[in-house]
Design a protein around this ligand. Structure first.
Ligand SMILES: [Zn+2]
Length: 302
């Protein structure tokens, strides 16, 4: 791994799926100098190996942005490289587990990510990239290896998250249904994922927590505050009231919202209040205590 003085800064969005990380990535991606990359952890299997579409609509291998990134970083994308990254990931970057520092493969693994981030920043003409990979483990690997990473930990009311995971959603990539979880399983994942992200801060990683509900209550104020904390421009011309104008983003993988272009209404989705049964609501409420209270999702919000 070669350390460049021009190494790009990385904003890493952490949180359990369906908590608003894709929306936040799209909003941050409209700030000048910021390049949103999607969930880079999934780029290797879904983009390089399976050829799934980029956020611009082109299949990953045909997207001009990613083609240039691959050429610059690695002399081109190859199945050998993707399989190597997947092997390394299996060894030291396990979902929701904080890896050991000093693993002999850590420098090779994080070096690949740093090269990818740097090439993406250069290609996009940006100084900051956003990786919405969500899992705490990759953020910890990057920080442990000295990558300039700032984690934004997005949390959302677990009852809303549980309701979202019960819904049937089709993947735009191939029309297949996305994974569904029952409320108890979502509650367990919600707790594990958020605890792991909380642990990052305790291990010295820069972490800024953002509640999905606060972002949606006043998008301009919440985003400007966050942008200031992250050292980004705080003028947000793409935001008018609760309407955001989104341009095409070359996000390699992530939830269906990554394909959205044009005006988007920023509104809280509170459909869980009528859609989640009393029994499931009680179950999630009980299983996610006390972390839920720490994040301010008390009885008043039930
Ligand atoms: Zn693209």
């Amino acid at each position: 791994m070669t350390h460049r003085t021009t190494a790009s800064r990385v904003i890493y969005l952490g949180g359990l799926g369906r908590s608003g990380t894709t929306l936040l990535e799209r909003l941050l991606g409209e700030i000048p100098g910021v390049a949103p990359l999607g969930e880079v952890v999934h780029l290797w299997a879904r983009g390089v190996l399976a050829g799934e579409p980029c956020g611009c609509g082109a299949p990953f291998p045909a997207c001009p942005f990613w083609r240039e990134v691959g050429e610059t970083a690695f002399g081109g994308w190859t199945p050998t490289l993707a399989e190597r990254v997947l092997t390394l990931r299996h060894r030291l970057d396990r979902t929701r587990r904080i890896p050991r520092i000093g693993h002999p493969d850590l420098a090779e693994y994080t070096g690949i990510y740093q090269r990818l981030y740097d090439a993406a920043a250069v290609t996009a003409g940006a100084s900051v990239v956003v990786d919405s990979g969500k899992h705490a483990s990759l953020a910890f690997c990057l920080a442990a290896a000295g990558v300039d990473v700032h984690v934004v930990h997005v949390v959302r009311d677990p009852r809303a998250v549980a309701h979202s995971w019960r819904k049937t959603v089709e993947r735009p990539e191939d029309g297949r249904p996305m994974t569904r979880w029952g409320p108890a399983r979502t509650a367990a994942h919600w707790t594990a994922q958020n605890l792991a992200l909380d642990l990052l801060a305790a291990r010295g990683v820069r972490v800024t927590r953002l509640r999905y509900e606060d972002l949606l209550a006043d998008p301009a104020a919440a985003l400007a505050t966050l942008a200031g904390t992250l050292g980004l421009a705080t003028a947000l011309p793409f935001l008018t009231g609760t309407t955001a104008r989104l341009t095409t983003a070359h996000t390699a993988s992530g939830n269906p919202m990554r394909f959205t272009v044009g005006p988007v209404q920023l509104r809280r989705d509170d459909s869980w209040r009528s859609g989640l049964s009393r029994r499931h609501r009680r179950l999630v409420t009980a299983l996610t205590w006390p972390l839920r209270l720490r994040y301010g999702y008390g009885k008043a919000m039930a």
